[in-house]
Design a protein around this ligand. Structure first.
Ligand code: ATP
Ligand code: MG
Length: 438
């Protein structure tokens, strides 16, 4: 026998049984983003490697260790490790930034990073993200943060903290880098190899190192908030005022620098302790330099990305509600080939009206068919045999109550089924209401 092939390490399948959870969060996120006037953008799964080198940054973990780069014929590509670079590339390429500002886009996409797989850290994972280009002021920072918060609230999450920080602009960063270098120099020998190169090129990156040794050394490092220029300070203060106005609780965490190089001023994370060590469900910030760096006109911008696996995991841990998966409205059990033809015709009509209809495709006996109908949670079952075809009437059985109603098999069939289905829906809603009231 051939050896079974399994999925690559760090990837996951979502089976049809589990998909309703994904539909729930995708629907929730889409809907909320649209309420803020964002529209969906779809970008390629792979881009030229250069795009990520230039945007994500050469000294980041993502670029230094985690990119999936493939060579096809003579051209090199990289599977997107995140969505911002591609979205901004697309905004530039499609002239969107010459249109009315701010430009607002959201995406749901898979990302690829060659990381060590563990709970909450995959090699292929999914993000919901938003990007807003054109708006410089702190109101847009508050807008982006409140959008993320609205999605997490709608998911029903509790126990998720918002941390904010400002990592300043190139002006404040010059002085800060100097201070960091001076701080880390005496520890040069202890730093990991990656951080050693960062010390020269981008010392702030050391604060984001996952190595416990570097983390320990970085503990008492100078904090950026003490180096902010006047403009960045005011921006950060005003953001806090807006967040308070919207009753969005936050904690300032001067240690947040984020894993990608393009951030300026505001950075933020939503973190939960309910899913283990990888608790950052959402991360984002302002990236005022990126668009110019990518060849566009200087344009301020801001965004976030939410890890959907982590979001779903947190919802599961916290017992949040998911949208119910759809189930079969009508299962038809045909007893012979003639009845099968009728089942097909009736099914065709009802399906065209949006009902979920199934009939036997396994040539099973009645008992086995009933068992199957139960298993798929069919609301109604209708048996079709010789008698039913002859009389052009059948019994529609309500699987919850066992009640049976006669239904004509002629052109009146759909109308009658509609009636019964509507009654059933109301009955169900009433029952739900009663339960809620109790
Ligand atoms: P972390 O510090 O956890 O590595 P990051 O800074 O690399 O996160 P971002 O690049 O900001 O993460 O991505 C945004 C979000 O995407 C994260 O907050 C997280 O929810 C999710 N995410 C990032 N990397 C992974 C991964 N390897 N597996 C699953 N989700 C991920
Ligand atoms: Mg990471």
């Amino acid at each position: 026998m051939a050896i079974k092939i399994t999925r690559p390490q760090g990837t996951e399948d979502v089976t049809p049984k589990q998909i309703y959870k994904w539909h729930t969060v995708e629907h929730m996120a889409r809907d909320t983003a649209e309420a803020f006037g964002f529209h969906e953008i779809r970008i390629p799964t792979f881009e030229s490697t250069e795009l990520f080198l230039r945007s994500v940054g050469e000294t980041t973990d993502v670029v230094q260790k985690e990119m999936y780069t493939v060579k096809a014929k003579e051209t090199e590509f990289t599977l997107r490790p995140e969505g911002t670079a591609g979205t901004i590339r697309s905004m530039l390429q499609n002239g969107m930034l010459n249109d009315a500002l701010p430009q607002k886009a959201f995406y749901i996409l898979s990302c690829f990073r060659h990381e060590r797989p563990q709970a909450g850290r995959l090699r292929e994972f999914h993000q919901f993200g938003v990007e807003m280009a054109g708006s410089p002021g702190p109101a847009s920072d508050a807008e982006i943060i409140s959008l993320a918060k609205a999605i997490l609230d709608r998911a029903g999450l509790k126990n998720i903290a918002l941390y904010i920080n400002s990592i300043g602009c190139p002006t404040c960063r010059t002085a800060y880098h100097k201070a960091l270098k001076a701080y880390f120099m005496p520890h040069k020998e202890e730093l990991c190899d990656t951080c050693l190169t960062r010390l020269e090129k981008n010392p702030m990156r050391i604060l984001d190192c996952k190595s416990p040794v570097c983390g320990e050394i970085a503990k008492d490092a100078p904090i950026i908030l003490n180096y902010l220029c006047e403009d960045c300070q005011q921006h950060f203060q005003q953001l806090q005022t807006y967040l308070r106005a919207m009753n969005i609780e936050f904690t300032i965490n001067p240690k947040i620098v984020r894993g990608l190089d393009y951030y300026t001023k505001t950075v933020f994370e939503f973190v939960t302790t309910d899913i283990g060590a990888q608790g950052t469900v959402c991360g984002g910030g302002r990236y005022d330099g990126l668009i110019e760096q990518m060849g566009g006109k200087p344009t301020p911008a801001m965004g976030f990305a939410m890890g959907l696996e982590r979001l779903i995991m947190t919802m599961e841990r916290q017992g949040c509600a998911f949208e119910e998966p759809t189930t079969c409205d009508l299962y038809i059990a045909p007893m012979d080939a003639a009845a099968m033809s009728t089942a097909m015709q009736l099914g065709q009509t009802l399906r065209a009206s949006g009902y979920q209809v199934e009939y036997d495709l396994m040539q099973r006996g009645l008992k086995a068919q009933m068992k199957y109908a139960n298993k798929i949670g069919a609301s109604f079952v209708m048996v079709l045999g010789e008698n039913e075809l002859q009389s052009q009437k059948a019994n529609l059985k309500n699987m919850e109550t066992g009640e049976q109603v006669e239904i004509p098999l002629n052109e009146k069939f759909e109308e009658k089924f509609d009636d019964i289905a509507v009654q059933y829906m109301f009955h169900d809603m009433l029952e739900d209401l009663k339960k809620e009231c109790q």
